[in-house]
Design a protein around this ligand. Structure first.
Ligand code: AMP
Length: 221
């Protein structure tokens, strides 16, 4: 089962991705997380990516496509994967399609999580992330029990690009670069729209409803 989660920053792709891993047992691959890890380790990729990420711009395709393709070669992707944050423009979509086609594979579904802009801004400003388990909190709507500390004990942080100015830039990049993917996948008849408002459990049920009704080939898809 090869799924891609599409949606603007704050739509809940990461939250849903983690829940899908638990239910379907296939890996969740988030380019933003891979890039943030590279930045925090100070690798060559991280140093190059950081200047784009800090401005809310897309990191060059060549860098991102390389990391995704090597990740997809790993053993745990044999029975499928959940992509989050890739592809993010038409060139990346085409490149992914070509890559999968060469392996005799294709995406089974693209799930577009729709949320209004004002809700997105409210969700992203105030977001707290756990570096240890990846869980997200919100200062107002879902604060941690202990200030600044995750349930797992991790020390929560705010992403550098979750400040109001960068969030606006990311939303603009989403509408100019990423939103055209909606029509691209609609034409391929694999696009599924999901209402991303409400609590994580509600949205998760909607997404599982779609996945469970997909006509998948063979066991495990
Ligand atoms: P995210 O965690 O998905 O919000 O991504 C954070 C940042 O990482 C984005 O604002 C981009 O700068 C960069 N990024 C993540 N995925 C991609 C991608 N597929 N192509 C280019 N840049 C990306």
């Amino acid at each position: 089962m090869r799924i891609m989660l599409l949606g603007p920053p704050g739509a809940g792709k990461g939250t849903q991705g983690k829940k899908l891993v638990e239910k379907y047992g296939i890996p969740w691959i988030a380019t933003g997380d891979i890039l943030r890890e590279a930045v925090s380790k100070g690798t060559k990729l991280g140093v190059e990516a950081k200047s784009y990420m800090d401005k809310g711009e897309l990191v060059p395709d060549s860098l991102v496509e390389g990391i995704i393709k090597s990740r997809l070669e790993e053993d745990d992707c044999k029975n499928g994967f959940i992509l989050d944050g890739f592809p993010r423009n038409l060139a990346q979509s085409q490149s992914l399609d070509d890559y999968l086609e060469a392996r005799g594979e294709k995406l089974d579904a693209v799930i577009n999580i729709r949320v209004e802009d004002d809700v997105l801004v409210q969700r992203v400003s105030g977001r707290l992330v756990c570096p240890k388990c990846g869980r997200n909190y919100h200062l107002v709507t879902s604060p941690p029990n202990r200030d600044g500390v995750c349930e797992c004990g991790g020390k929560l942080f705010s992403r550098d690009d979750d400040n109001p100015g960068t969030v606006r830039a990311r939303l603009e990049v989403y509408s100019s670069e990423t939103a055209p993917l909606i029509d691209y996948y609609k034409e391929k008849k694999i696009l599924h729209e999901v209402d991303g408002t409400g609590g994580p459990e509600e949205v998760f049920k909607r997404i599982c409803g779609i996945i469970d009704s997909l006509p998948l080939e063979g066991a495990g898809g």
